[in-house]
Design a protein around this ligand. Structure first.
Ligand code: RM4
Ligand code: MN
Ligand code: MN
Length: 429
């Protein structure tokens, strides 16, 4: 496989360096005029990281079809190679969030080493009880952790406990639990008892969780169940996290809300009560569209990061949600989409650091609505491209990751070296 070397990146950067310097210096002067220290902001941008989902490097699909791309990863080792490219070029994604059993292997020490050889480590492990796996004794057709049959619930609990064991071998510190449980008919399921069963099952998983681990409960409005979903909203996940204890927190997937829901307000609420555990970044217009982060609503992503910046100021360094991307790439090269998304997430975060928090608080206290709005928007209206490019450059990444990737010929090489297989593990996500 054509590895993307430091020399290759440096060669690619060289042709862009003069323009970059000019742009960065102009931005630095602008920021300094606003009383901001560009150097601090670059260092802060360099400290940011977001995990890529192992399933994201395969081509996604819809309920109708999946159109595989050339050189798709055939197994988790190929996925790690692709994730390595994303981080090498962007320096934003040093960790991978695995999905079990999609990423199951015999030897996890070997998998951990393979990740290390690509400069990667593992982030939150995702369990999967929304599908039946070959050879699985009991079906999840009617649910998993909230199933009416105790034996099915026990199978789903055992799977989650196995995920924790795998995660320990991989050096992970969090388990993300998203279930598809719900119902398609009014009356099909007892809304009250289904939640009780979920609480009992997650409590069993919680008891097996190491003390330095977190359990991230991910809610989703609908789909695959279309009438009711057991963990449908942040209220349900908050109640469950509260019931389980301090190691349980809520995970906010940006695509898992009704279209008009104010997600940034949910972020503020959960952070305030110590229950904001993590994010799945993506974008959406209608539902769980799994579009690329900030491709439709960059302002919403910015507003989320504004709340996160505020929570960091209030709570301090102990506030450390797990940041992950969770999106489905149907029409793009997944490596390019993930690089672009990581950059857009870093952009929104960097922009949110530009808000004059004191002035904003003062405007809010005096009910000066328009001043408050303008102060908040100031970050979003600033093009921080040169700032986040400078952070990448200093960390050894590419000034233009997508152009550099295209110039490397990596995809053509994978197309030659990875003959197409009948079914990839990343299907409809
Ligand atoms: C779900 C949810 C989960 C992800 C699966 C593949 O909609 O977002 O986080 O693991 O898709
Ligand atoms: Mn998700
Ligand atoms: Mn989803």
């Amino acid at each position: 496989m054509s590895a993307i070397t430091a020399d290759f990146i440096a060669d690619q950067n060289r042709v862009r360096l003069a323009d970059h310097r000019e742009d960065f210096d102009a931005l630095a002067r602008k920021l300094a005029r606003r009383g901001l220290d560009p150097e601090t902001l670059v260092k802060d941008a360099m400290a940011f990281a977001v995990a890529v989902p192992s399933w994201g490097v395969g081509t996604g699909g819809t309920r109708f079809a999946r159109f595989p791309g050339p050189g798709e990863p055939r197994n988790v080792f190929d996925k790690l190679a692709d994730c390595g490219v994303i981080n090498t070029l962007t320096r934003l994604t040093p960790t991978v969030s695995p999905h079990i059993p999609w990423d199951k292997v015999k030897d996890y020490a070997e998998l951990r080493e393979a990740a290390k050889s690509h400069g990667l480590a593992f982030d939150a492990v995702n369990s999967n009880t929304f599908q039946d796996q070959a050879g699985q004794p009991l079906s999840y057709k009617f649910g998993s952790l909230a199933h009416t049959d105790k034996a099915v619930r026990e199978q789903a609990i055992a799977h989650n406990i196995e995920c924790v064991e795998i995660g320990r071998a991989l050096g992970s510190k969090a388990l993300t639990v998203w279930i598809g449980d719900g119902s398609n008919f009014a009356g099909q399921s007892s809304l009250a008892r289904a939640f009780d069963r979920y609480l009992d099952s997650t409590a069993a998983i919680y008891r097996s969780l190491p003390n330095d681990w977190r359990m991230l409960l991910e809610h989703k409005l609908f789909e695959p169940a279309f009438y009711s979903t057991v963990i449908s909203d942040w209220g349900s996940s908050y109640l469950a996290a509260q019931h389980l204890g301090p190691k349980a927190q809520c995970l906010v997937d940006l695509g898992h809300h009704a279209p008009t829901v104010n997600i940034e307000q949910i972020v503020a609420r959960l952070a305030r009560f110590g229950k904001l555990g993590g994010f799945h970044f993506n974008d959406s217009k209608y539902g769980d569209d799994d579009l690329d982060a900030a491709s439709v609503s960059p302002f919403r992503l910015y507003l989320v990061f504004h709340e996160l910046a505020e929570a960091t100021r209030t709570i301090g360094p102990s506030f450390a949600p797990a940041y992950m991307i969770d999106q489905s790439h149907n029409v793009t090269d997944p490596i390019e989409s993930l690089m672009q998304s990581a950059i857009e997430i870093a952009r929104a975060r960097a922009q949110a650091q530009l808000v004059d928090a004191e002035a904003l608080a003062a405007a809010q206290e005096t009910n000066d609505a328009l001043t408050a709005h303008r102060l908040l928007k100031a970050g979003f209206l600033t093009d921080v491209s040169p700032l986040i490019a400078e952070a990448r450059l200093r960390a050894g990444g590419a000034l233009d990751p997508i152009a550099t990737y295209r110039a490397s010929g990596y995809r053509a090489a994978t197309a030659r070296e990875r003959p197409a297989v009948a079914a990839g593990s990343a299907g409809i996500v």
